[in-house]
Design a protein around this ligand. Structure first.
Ligand code: SF4
Ligand code: SF4
Length: 245
């Protein structure tokens, strides 16, 4: 077993939501009561029972025609997960980083205080983790680690009918993503891969990331929130103070 990654080719996504349903089924997550909110997207947001959400954004382009942006949102399984960095200092054992696959796994059995989990969510540059009030833990995408350890694909990838969802060894996935980017760059000069060096869920986007989703890419190139970056910046100073004190 080696380091794994997803490649999500948003150009091939039709917003059928098969991946969203497959994720619910495999994780035995209950259905969510939905509302007609005037958009194809449902439910409105990720939750402890919705680890994968196909976001749908309608943007008016010059000429008055609407343009649709589909974004199958999920945990990025960051290379150096900021969520775990906070958890290690606040709620030990709440987040594990699998050494072989790179999957970032939340342990719902570890209980914590709401304020700690709030800080963990704020540390995530992609706004992924959600709080489960009933069990006092957090939940999110598991990379289907139980499936991949048995040689199966993650449920969302297995079910995707268009080839938008891809999964495999990180080197191969990076190669595939870069090759696809080269293919589309001619037609879409703004095409990009979202933070490919920092995450294990790599999206191909062909327009301004904000048109897909507020958190489609991290605020900065290193995949850290401003709060985390500042914390890191002042860490050496704090250690020196600790040594002197
Ligand atoms: S996307 Fe967020 S929740 Fe997922 S590993 Fe990265 S920091 Fe953690
Ligand atoms: S299953 Fe594939 S095509 Fe359908 S919404 Fe998910 S990523 Fe898009």
């Amino acid at each position: 077993m080696t380091d794994k990654s997803f490649f999500i080719d948003t150009m091939k996504c039709t917003a059928c939501r098969g991946c969203q349903i497959a994720c619910k089924q495999w994780n035995k997550n209950p259905g969510t009561k939905t509302l007609q909110r005037g958009t194809h997207q449902n439910p409105a947001d990720l939750s402890v029972s919705t680890f994968k959400l196909v976001r749908f954004n309608e943007v008016e382009v010059p000429g008055g025609e609407p343009k649709w942006f589909f974004f199958p949102d999920q945990c990025r399984h960051c290379m150096s997960p900021p969520c775990k960095e906070v958890a290690d200092s606040k709620v030990k054992g709440a987040i594990l980083h699998d050494e072989t696959t790179g999957a970032v796994i939340f342990n719902p059995k570890i209980k914590g205080k709401p304020a700690d989990f709030k800080e963990i969510r704020e540390a995530c540059p992609y706004d992924i983790p959600r709080w489960n009030e009933k069990i006092g833990g957090m939940a999110k995408c598991t990379m289907c680690i139980d499936r991949i350890k048995e040689g199966m694909l993650p449920a969302c990838v297995k079910t995707c009918p268009t080839g938008a969802m891809n999964f495999g060894d990180r080197n191969e996935i990076l190669e595939k993503a870069n090759k696809r980017l080269e293919e589309v760059k001619g037609r879409y000069p703004d095409a990009m891969l979202a933070n490919p060096d920092d995450v294990r869920t790599i999206y191909l986007l062909i327009d301004d990331p904000k048109k897909y989703h507020k958190f489609a890419v991290a605020e900065n190139a290193t995949g850290l929130t401003r709060k985390m970056a500042l914390k890191r910046l002042f860490q050496p100073l704090n250690s020196v103070r600790h040594m002197i004190g």
